[in-house]
Design a binder for this molecule. Structure first.
Ligand code: ATP
Ligand code: MG
Length: 444
């Protein structure tokens, strides 16, 4: 395995001091899969105290990041950072979250035994090569996620592993081995004991995975435990010429089709929940979901708050979900109106969401709308590039000019917005003299 020079150096320093040290976990797995990996975790037989001595002796800075669990973060001269964790075993778990105790050990095999999946339980250093007691390399070749040891016990110990299994399935495109899969479904309710922060981290990685469609479809019952708001759309058929999928398959497809942007992925996941509450069928047998966007927005807000999604994700999702079906149009005038209502970044989000939504509908019906979205985006780019006004602050007059004409208080905003509308509609050039003359002639 091709370790970076700084990783080699650190491993070498520790082994020169008489201890064992290995790269372990995600970076070894990613290397074997020829995937890029940014952080190399190191595991060692040195206890945190011993490790700190070695680092100090070699003038390497470190931070005690999780001394209780035996983790020290080493910061090398070149700025590279490594989490170094002492080999450990974990005592019993009583709450499906935390081990009651951890103890340091000197056998790498014991440390690998506490790790979640065989593909994550491989260690490597140049001297020993791969240490792989659970057949992780074979499982990588077979593209299988398999629990280390008894899956049922492992999920009962730490239910977050259930989320991690489906997250790895989504990111790596691996199948979950049958026994592991059975245990995962059997223990799904334990996910309710896991903190929102830990769930959110894993769910976010899951949503960004290349194989997210398959995972959302196959593991929807897991999704229902962490976001119960989703369950009502699992079986909602949508009999319209626009759709070939039921609401859940459509949702999953739209997540997959969204750009690799977390806020947009959450937006797609939650955008159609309201369809479960608004379905009507007309005399021709066609389904309608009038008003679903707004209701989706209400459920999405509850879900995102429960997940403790960061404000950036929450705000962006909430800006678009309640309006995701509204028509933008391709006329410059309309685009400017949307710009003045939403601002540039939200309008761009709305276009991206509409595109992902369309790409998850009936492919035979989307051609025209997809072409229109391209035009909308091109015109939007042109408006921005030309610096054309779409906000009050872009106007050639400001509040002081309006006050000078005798307006006060709230009137000022009303006048500015009326002027902006006229400028957008092309009725009035955005030019100070013209605007002031207009206001003097036609007292608003
Ligand atoms: P990523 O590429 O997303 O960082 P990773 O496998 O490195 O994936 P981390 O959360 O960084 O995941 O964890 C590092 C390693 O620690 C894992 O590869 C695994 O060996 C072990 N690990 C992490 N979380 C758990 C857990 N909940 N139970 C058991 N082992 C775990
Ligand atoms: Mg990692």
């Amino acid at each position: 395995m091709n370790l970076s020079d700084s990783a080699k150096k650190l491993i070498h320093l520790i082994s020169s001091a008489g201890y064992e040290a290995y790269a372990v976990g995600g970076c070894v797995r990613d290397f074997l899969m020829q995937r890029p990996c940014d952080d190399i975790d190191i595991t060692t037989s040195a206890t945190p105290d011993e490790l700190e001595n070695i680092l100090s002796d070699n003038h390497i800075k470190f931070i005690e990041t999780g001394i209780k669990h035996g983790t020290v973060t080493a910061v090398l001269e070149d700025g590279s950072v490594f989490e170094v964790t002492t080999f450990r075993t974990e005592g019993a778990y009583s709450d499906s979250r935390h081990p009651e105790s951890v103890s340091f050990v000197t056998d790498i095999n014991k440390d690998l035994a506490r790790r979640d999946f065989t593909i994550n339980a491989i260690a490597y250093n140049d001297e020993q090569g791969f240490v792989d007691p659970y057949g992780g390399q074979d499982d990588i070749d077979l593209k299988i996620i398999r629990a280390v040891g008894d899956a049922d016990t492992r999920f009962k110990e730490d239910a977050l592993r259930i989320m991690r299994a489906v997250r790895f399935a989504s990111v790596l495109g691996f199948a979950i081995e049958e026994k592991t899969k059975k245990a995962l479904f059997a223990n799904k309710e334990l996910l309710k004991n896991i903190s929102a922060e830990r769930i959110y981290t894993e769910l976010s990685k899951l949503l960004m995975g290349d194989y997210v469609y398959n995972v959302l479809v196959e593991y929807k019952e897991i999704m229902a435990v962490i976001i119960p708001e989703l369950e009502p759309i699992f079986y909602v058929e949508q009999n319209t010429k626009w759709h070939i999928y039921d609401v859940w398959h459509h949702t999953a497809k739209s997540v997959e089709q969204a750009p690799e942007d977390l806020a947009l992925r959450y937006t797609m996941l939650l955008h159609d929940i309201g369809k479960a509450y608004t379905k009507t069928t007309d005399e021709n047998g066609t389904d309608h979901f009038k008003g679903h966007q707004k209701i989706s927005g209400e459920y999405a807000l509850t879900a995102l708050k429960r997940l403790k999604a960061p404000n950036e994700v929450l705000d962006r999702a909430m800006a678009v979900i309640p309006i995701h079906d509204m028509h933008i149009g391709i006329e410059e005038k309309n685009i400017k109106k949307w710009l003045s209502r939403l601002g540039e970044s939200t309008l761009r989000d709305l276009i991206a969401v509409k595109r992902a939504d369309k790409l998850a509908q009936n492919p035979e019906m989307i051609g025209e709308e997809m072409a229109r979205l391209v035009i909308t985006e091109e015109k939007l780019n042109a408006i921005i590039a030309a610096g054309e006004p779409f906000e009050v602050k872009n106007l050639a007059v400001n509040g002081n000019d309006i006050m000078a004409l005798g307006y006060r208080g709230k009137e000022i905003g009303v006048v500015l917005n009326t002027i902006l509308e006229k400028v957008i509609d092309g009725e009035l050039p955005n030019d100070r003299e013209n605007i002031i003359r207009f206001l003097t002639d036609f007292k608003l």
